[in-house]
Design a protein around this ligand. Sequence first.
Ligand SMILES: Nc1nc(=O)c2c([nH]1)NC[C@@H]1CN(c3ccc(C(=O)N[C@@H](CCC(=O)O)C(=O)O)cc3)C=[N+]21
Length: 282
Amino acid sequence: MARILDGKATAAEIKAEVAAGIEELEAAGRSVRLDVVLVGDDPASATYVGGKEADASQVGMASRVHRFPAGVTQQRLTDLVDELNHDPAVSGFIVQLPLPEGLDPLPLISRIRPEKDVDGLNPESAGRLSMGLPSLMPCTPHGIIQLLRRHDLPLEGREAVVLGRSNLVGKPMAQLLLRENATVTVCHSRTRGLAEVASRADILIVASGQREMVGAEHVKEGAVVVDVGIHRKQEGGLAGDVRFDEVEPKASAITPVPGGVGPMTRAMLLHNALQAARATLA
Ligand SMILES: Nc1nc(=O)c2c([nH]1)NC[C@@H]1CN(c3ccc(C(=O)N[C@@H](CCC(=O)O)C(=O)O)cc3)C=[N+]21
């Protein structure tokens, strides 16, 4: 039986640390505010953003959501990014993804000042991460590192396999694992012999975006398995990228969906907002 890596409990620990950090800043007469730009009416995005607002209020962080209809112009969003970049009351902000059809996220994300890029997704943040320079780190990969570290699961010298190469998760995940001195392999949809490659992993991070694609044949006995996927089932409830029931007996530790990586992502966003506020001299 695998250890279940409880992201909800670990996120609660991090949130308590963030709450203490906010109190400390406020005692020094400074404040923390996290803003979210939300465009369109994608129900999943609305759920996540609602969660972020609730998280912020829970740790005593101010937050504001800037909502726009799907038909908003690129220029209007560009103007908002500029405004938030310059507003000293805003510690950091994110543009919730995906944007509706017809809007281009990259110029917007690239325009966010790196100091306020609490998603850690702009090209300067990504470049700094890859060079080992200080930067705000992408929330999901950083949350996974924290989850492993806080469960005393070592990475140094271990074989880590990342399944997925997105800019949001796979690529920054590989960079952070490298920084932890893991031996890192990145697999993707064109990888040949995927099950064989994945089975080398001491730590397998699954961020393929394909519902329940990873099974027992991809997992070495005793591996640590982290499931980044989140899929809404027709019959209700959530599924991951991993076939949990099949993999859990083989793994030594595994994250559940829900209650694994998702809550860690949200906790790290709060952590980044606090970091951003600390770095601001105001
Ligand atoms: N700019 C941007 N940054 C993001 O970080 C970002 C984004 N856009 N767009 C969408 C994805 C997805 N994402 C999740 C965050 C938390 C949960 C989460 O808390 N999940 C709960 C379940 C919540 C539920 O019931 O839906 C769990 O896994 O336990 C899930 C997914 C952040 N994303």
